[in-house]
Write a protein that binds this ligand. Structure first.
Ligand SMILES: [Zn+2]
Length: 384
C-alpha cells in the first residue's frame, strides 16, 4: 500500500461531504424488506459505486426478496476479508418522503439512517479508499443482503451467506453501532415455532367422556416446552401466545401456541429442538395429535475465541490511531454476523455509525460517527 493510515484519515475528512451525500441518497428511498424493487434499486446504485471503485459485482437473485449483492476485489483464491451489511429497512413505502434524511444538531434521521445506511456508506467508501491506496493486504469481499430485517425467510440468503464466506480470515459487519462504543462479538439467535394440537370435540354436558381436550394436551406440553429453558446455558423457551377451543360448553377440538426460543449457541438450539421432537411425539391425552413447525430462524452469533482476539487487537490498533477505546459486548438481537461465526470466522459486529432506537421513528445516528467509524474500519483493514 502506498498510503499511511494518517493519509487515509485525511482523505476521509476531505470526503465527508461526498459521504454525507451518499448516506442521504441511500436513506431517501423506500426499501423496506417487502419492497423488492426498492431494495434491488439500492443494490444497483451500490453496484455502480463499487464497480467504479474497481470491484467485480454480482448478485444472488431471489424471486420474493431483495437480491444479495456480492462485490470482490483481489485474488479470491487467497484468504480474504469480509465486509458485510444489509440494504433493506423495516420501514413501509412512503416513509422516505414523509421523513427524509435530515441532519440537525449533529443527529441524522430518516428511514434506516442508523440501521444501516450509515454503515453501508462506510463500507462503500472503505473499499474505494483502500483500492485507491493500492491495498493488497487481503482480497476483499463485500456481502450486502436484501432481506436481513425479515431473517431471509423468503430467500436462500442464509445458505448463500455460508457459501460466500468460506475462506474468509475475518469479518466486519457494519450494523448499527452503539453510543458507548460497544462492539458486538456475541448475539443470541432466535427461532419461532407454531404448534397445533387436534383433539376430539364433544358436548361438555351431554358426552364429555367422548371428548379429548386439545387444550389440556397443550397445557401439559406447554410446561414441558418451558422446562427446556436453561438460563445458565443462555437458552430460553417462551410460550408467548396460546389459543384453543371455541365455546365454554364444548371439549376443545383444537389448540395452538406460538413459541419463541432464544439461544447463545447453536448447540443450545439443537438441544431444544430435540426436546420439541420428543414433546410432539409424547401423548398425554389419548387420541390427540400434535404437529409443529419452525417459522423463523435467526442463527446465533456465537462468541468464538477468534472474535475475542480480533476485538483485542482492533481495540489496541484503534487507540494507537487516536480513535476512542471500545468494549466487547454481547446483545440479544440477531444479525447476519451469525453466518460468519457459524463458519468459524472471527467477526466484529456493530461497526457502523452510532445511534439509538433502531426500527422506530425515533431512530437517529450520530453525524460525527460517520467519519470516526470510517477511520476505525480502515484501521482494522490496514493493521489486523
Ligand atoms: Zn440492521
Amino acid at each position: 500500500m502506498n498510503q499511511t493510515l494518517q493519509e487515509l484519515f485525511a482523505k476521509v475528512d476531505a470526503a465527508k461531504p461526498a459521504m454525507m451525500e451518499t448516506w442521504r441518497s441511500l436513506v431517501d428511498r423506500d426499501c423496506g424488506s417487502d419492497n423488492k424493487a426498492g431494495v434491488d434499486a439500492v443494490g444497483q446504485d451500490i453496484k455502480a459505486f463499487l464497480e467504479a471503485a474497481g470491484c467485480r459485482v454480482r448478485f444472488h437473485e431471489y424471486e420474493k426478496a431483495g437480491n444479495m449483492l456480492v462485490a470482490e476485489y483481489g485474488d479470491m483464491s487467497k484468504p480474504f476479508v469480509v465486509l458485510t451489511g444489509h440494504m433493506d429497512t423495516v420501514f413501509a413505502d412512503g416513509t422516505a418522503a414523509a421523513r427524509p434524511f435530515t441532519v440537525k444538531d449533529g443527529r441524522v434521521t430518516g428511514p434506516g439512517a442508523l440501521d444501516m445506511k450509515g454503515g453501508d456508506t462506510i463500507l462503500m467508501y472503505a473499499v474505494k479508499f483502500l483500492i485507491e491506496a493500492g491495498y493488497d493486504r487481503y482480497p476483499i469481499k463485500v456481502i450486502l443482503a436484501g432481506d436481513e430485517e425479515v431473517g431471509h425467510g423468503k430467500s436462500e440468503a442464509g445458505k448463500d451467506y455460508l457459501a460466500e464466506v468460506k475462506g474468509a480470515v475475518m469479518g466486519f459487519n457494519m450494523e448499527t453501532g452503539f453510543i458507548d462504543n460497544g462492539i458486538v462479538i456475541e448475539r443470541k439467535g432466535c427461532c419461532r415455532y407454531r404448534w397445533d394440537i387436534d383433539g376430539v370435540g364433544a358436548h361438555a354436558g351431554n358426552n364429555p367422556e367422548a371428548g379429548r381436550s386439545a387444550v389440556k394436551e397443550l397445557a401439559h406440553k406447554l410446561l414441558d416446552m418451558e422446562a427446556l429453558t436453561d438460563f445458565a446455558e443462555g437458552t430460553t423457551v417462551n410460550v408467548g401466545v396460546i389459543g384453543g377451543g371455541t365455546v365454554a360448553n364444548a371439549v376443545p377440538e383444537h389448540a395452538w401456541c406460538i413459541v419463541d426460543v432464544r439461544f447463545r449457541t447453536m448447540a443450545g438450539l439443537a438441544r431444544v429442538e430435540k426436546g420439541f421432537e420428543e414433546i410432539a411425539k409424547k401423548t398425554y391425552i389419548d387420541h390427540t395429535a400434535t404437529k409443529y413447525e419452525r417459522t423463523v430462524l435467526v442463527p446465533a452469533m456465537e462468541r468464538i475465541e477468534g472474535s475475542e482476539k480480533l476485538f483485542e487487537r482492533a481495540n489496541e490498533e484503534a487507540q494507537k490511531a487516536g480513535l476512542p477505546a471500545m468494549k466487547a459486548i454481547a446483545v440479544g438481537g440477531g444479525s447476519d454476523s451469525a453466518y460468519l461465526t457459524m463458519a468459524g470466522i472471527p467477526t466484529l459486529c456493530a461497526m457502523g455509525v452510532k445511534g439509538e432506537f433502531n426500527h422506530t421513528v425515533r431512530e437517529w445516528a450520530e453525524e460525527s460517527s460517520l467519519t470516526e467509524r470510517e477511520k476505525l474500519l480502515l484501521t482494522c483493514l490496514v493493521t489486523l
